[in-house]
Ligand binder design. Structure first.
Ligand SMILES: Nc1ncnc2c1ncn2[C@@H]1O[C@H](COP(=O)(O)OP(=O)(O)OP(=O)(O)O)[C@@H](O)[C@H]1O
Ligand SMILES: [Mg+2]
Length: 311
């Protein structure tokens, strides 16, 4: 069976608005794929190329070169549209409509009608927490409510793949948590989700795989564990001992730090960690904590990572 998304050597250049001889390379020759039931997070700074990639996957703009296959078919084709839901970066809906009217409108566009459309619209409104507001006009909705109605329209037709451009943007922590829960529930139903975000902690705890885009270039693609590779783990040991052994502790290794009543030593790698641990135990100190900590995705992205992960 064809994968929900297969992108190969995708490139998009825009004409420069001022300098006609110049071009803007928004997306440069990158490839990735999305498996069924997988959540893939796009992360990158402003202007990295996230929205441009999403627009090409939706068939709104044509790639300069490269291939996009959505369920084995061309992006933007009618067959693909039936299977894909989309939440734009800045959704705009006619504000005189109620959320119920809006969902009925989008449902009809997907060929739904009658009582089954009403049932479905009510179910989706409950799912996004807007059922009690279903007969209110969108003009009276808060930003968070508008974001949720945007999500509702993207899933009204039971798409197999949902593409969301910044679904958590501008939401407070509770709103973000609710949207994350909706995304997780889509995965539980076997759907695939692609979403973009600047908030690395959201990407980190929601995505099965992460695509890090930097200035149009794929920087990394893989699970969070693959991206924050084992060689980036920071090992440290916390230990202590009776007062008469404390002065001697400083001569054990260079770089010992003191925190409250304990000594902390950072280690270069696993071998260094094991040998230092052996010395500490052999000299009769008490080990309070010995661990290897993975850096966060944030540290990796801001530190600048090299290509990691796989297709
Ligand atoms: N229609 C266009 N014409 C010219 N340049 C464009 C056009 N659309 C996007 N760009 C440029 O392409 C680059 C990528 O933009 P894109 O909107 O894809 O970034 P993004 O990662 O979605 O950023 P953000 O986080 O701000 O939403 C930017 O330099 C942008 O200015
Ligand atoms: Mg964008």
């Amino acid at each position: 069976m064809a994968k929900p998304v297969e992108v190969m050597n995708l490139t998009k250049n825009f004409r420069h608005p001022m300098k006609v001889w110049d071009k803007i390379e928004a997306v440069k020759d990158f490839s990735f794929s999305v498996e069924t039931g997988e959540i893939v997070g796009f992360v990158g700074h402003n202007g990295a190329g996230k929205t441009t990639t999403i627009k090409m996957m939706m068939g709104f703009i044509a790639p300069t070169s490269g291939e996009i296959s959505i369920f084995g078919q061309n992006a933007g084709s009618i067959e693909v549209k039936k299977k894909v839901g989309f939440l734009p970066e800045r959704p705009y809906f006619y504000s005189e409509l109620t959320s119920m009217e809006l969902l009925k409108y989008f449902g009809k566009l997907s060929g739904m009608k009658g009582s089954s459309l009403i049932d479905k619209a009510e179910k989706v409104l409950r799912r996004v927490g807007l059922y009690n507001d279903r007969n209110r006009k969108l003009s009276g909705y808060s930003k968070g409510m508008l974001q949720r109605i945007g999500i509702a329209q993207s899933i009204i037709h039971d798409p197999e793949l949902v593409i969301m451009d910044e679904p958590m943007s501008g939401l407070d922590p509770i709103g973000r948590r609710e949207v994350k829960e909706i995304i997780r529930s889509l995965k539980r139903e076997g759907r695939s989700v692609i979403f973009s975000s600047h908030i690395l902690s959201d990407i980190e705890n929601l995505s099965d795989r992460v695509l890090i885009i930097e200035k149009g270039v794929r920087k990394s693609f893989g699970t969070v564990r693959e991206i924050v590779r084992p060689e980036n783990i920071r090992f440290s040991i916390e230990f202590g001992g009776p007062d008469e052994m404390k002065d001697a502790a400083f001569s054990l290794f260079k770089g010992i730090r003191v925190s409250s009543d304990r000594f902390i030593i950072d280690c270069q790698d696993l071998a260094d960690f094991n040998s230092k641990l052996a010395v500490i135990v052999q000299k009769g100190y008490t080990v309070h904590d010995a661990k290897g900590v993975y850096p966060s995705l944030e540290e990796i992205v801001f530190k600048g990572s090299s290509e990691a992960g796989h297709e």
